[in-house]
Design a protein around this ligand. Structure first.
Ligand code: SF4
Length: 336
């Protein structure tokens, strides 16, 4: 029997005919460009891909891809995507959201898509500000951020998206940054290959309302000291000479310099496949100036997907036993 081969796709095949209307210099351009490159190598037909978004600047992304797309309402993209995936499990479903969309009105939808392990690829563009509504402090705005709603600087405690995703039992959790294009491609390819809910936070520069907020992680002259690139099975080292690292002191992380009695044996080894997310959670909380921030895959483990559990527990039997029971129960209604 002849095997059907898919036509090779190029990044350009994923460009739509819509004018891209983000502000010049916005980090979204870089994300869109890398995403198209990654989609081109996935070997998934465009008609099998759907991008679902919520509100905000990130929400415009589905317009710019020649795949199926759905621009949903505020914060509801994970719920829409869950329904879509359940209705048609053959689709590869991506969610595109921002810090304002996903972590304010959308926080509960995000949490439940992650804990259910719905087979979605969720990209959270984090620029720490509401961009489309013209620059208000978002749930991830770091203390001191001056915006129209925080003219003296934000005084609220920000949410940390990676910590939240880990606490919600996400099976794939990663962070990358808009200008580090090779790293972004690597992370997006891993997210695409993951079975289950894959959550990727992307640090994204908002040129207009929060320009330069991630400069510490992009400036080549300092980022060796301010960033750790996570590599599975490798020691957590950083610094220009890679002579600094992370170790545990009881339950507290410590940034240490090798030498004077501190050896490689003291340095933590990154294990993205650890069954418990405890160390990943600890890494998700590291921020400057006392610690470098982590980029890469924090967690990548396997657990049955929402669809698998549903099939096993709900749809077995002919006719499906639990489905029949549900319909026959006192809590079912007939809508005529
Ligand atoms: S407001 Fe900010 S995030 Fe939105 S398109 Fe402009 S630069 Fe990008």
């Amino acid at each position: 029997m002849a095997t059907a081969t898919l036509p090779l796709l190029t990044p350009n095949d994923f460009s739509s005919d819509r004018e891209v209307r983000w502000c010049p210099g916005c980090g979204d351009f870089s994300i869109l460009s890398q995403l198209k490159k990654v989609l081109a190598v996935l070997n998934v037909p465009r008609e099998k891909m759907v991008f679902v978004s919520g509100l905000g600047c990130a929400g415009r992304l589905p317009y710019y891809l020649s795949t199926y797309g759905f621009h949903g309402s505020y914060g509801r993209a994970p719920a829409l995507a869950t329904g879509l995936k359940l209705a048609n499990p053959d689709l590869q479903v991506w969610v595109v959201t921002g810090d304002g969309d996903a972590l304010s009105a959308g926080a509960t939808h995000l949490i439940h898509a992650l804990r259910r392990n719905v087979d979605l690829k969720i990209l959270l563009f984090n620029n720490e500000v509401f961009g489309l509504s013209k620059g208000q402090a978002s749930p991830t705005a770091r203390p001191g951020t001056r915006t129209k709603t925080s003219p003296e600087g934000s005084f609220e405690t920000p949410l940390r998206p990676i910590s939240l995703a880990l606490a919600a039992e996400a099976t794939f959790v990663a962070r990358t940054i808009d200008v580090d294009v090779n790293h972004m491609s690597e992370v997006l390819e891993k997210a695409a290959a993951h079975r289950g809910a894959a959550f990727v936070e992307i640090y994204q520069n908002c040129k207009i309302f929060n320009d330069g907020v991630f400069e510490y992680a992009t400036d080549a002259s300092i980022k060796t000291d301010t960033v750790i690139y996570l590599e599975h099975g490798r020691p957590l080292l950083f610094g220009r000479d890679r002579n600094q690292g992370l170790r545990l002191n009881g339950f507290e992380p410590e940034a240490v310099t090798l030498g004077h009695g501190i050896t490689m044996d003291d340095i933590l080894i990154h294990d993205e496949r650890a069954s418990e997310p405890t160390l990943a959670f600890l890494l998700s909380r590291l921020i400057g100036p006392h610690f470098p921030e982590c980029l890469g895959v924090f967690r990548s483990v396997q657990r049955p997907t929402h669809q698998q559990l549903l099939d096993e527990s709900f749809l077995q039997g002919d006719p499906p036993r639990l489905f029949e029971k549900l319909l026959a129960g006192d809590e079912s209604w007939l809508v005529a």
